[in-house]
Design a protein around this ligand. Sequence first.
Ligand code: UDP
Length: 239
Amino acid sequence: MVKREHYKRVLLKISGEALAGGEGYGIDTDVLEIVANEIKEVRDSGVEIAVVVGGGNIFRGVKGATKGMDRATADYMGMLATVLNCLALQDSLERKKVFTRVQSAIEMRALAEPYIRRKAIRHLEKGRVVIFAAGVGSPYFTTDTTAALRAMEMNCQVLLKATKVDGVYTDDPKTNAAATRFDQISYLEVLQKGLKVMDSTAISLCMDNKLPIVVFNLNENGALKRVIHGETLGTLVHS
Ligand code: UDP
């Protein structure tokens, strides 16, 4: 059993779907409020926090492509969707007096800084929450892969994957009552068993660079703080 750590610099991945709340589409401001409170709490405790936000609540490239759209164009639309979510989260955090910067992988200087690694690290050191928008800036990638990449670039100790369930299960707990949760699991097992933690590119990137992932339920009150402070919550994916 690997012991959990008290993390000082983390990357939080929030899917677009998580921001949609019960509606399943768009941005639920109540959910945004809860997420912003959770982030504020950990930021106030001195933890450096970077965030990657998905866009699936608004648009997904793969879905567009199945309806006949050019895949790359659809993916760029997906990346723009992440920008909407990032600005919404920034607004929510700043209203709570949490200082933030949005950095976008696709330049749009009127509303976000361009992604500059060293500048982002400096923001973290100064206690700002850095929100990464527009994925990696290239089609055929996901925001999970973006999260893995940015976590490594920012020298984060862990990738915190926020979901609607409290960890990784042997099967979908919503449809299979016999499904059990892993406290810990290896990257390889995740890949071999085809468990839906993150896409295989993201898992491989974490595996090759030994970046631990903790999958946890963001809807659980105080869960983010508890995971960061080393509680055995959710599932730890490691080597
Ligand atoms: N996307 C992309 N490149 C990236 C990140 C995202 O093309 O580096 C596109 C892709 O179409 C994806 C969409 O943006 O479907 C939204 O991101 P994602 O599906 O990862 O969001 P989430 O599932 O986390 O809500």
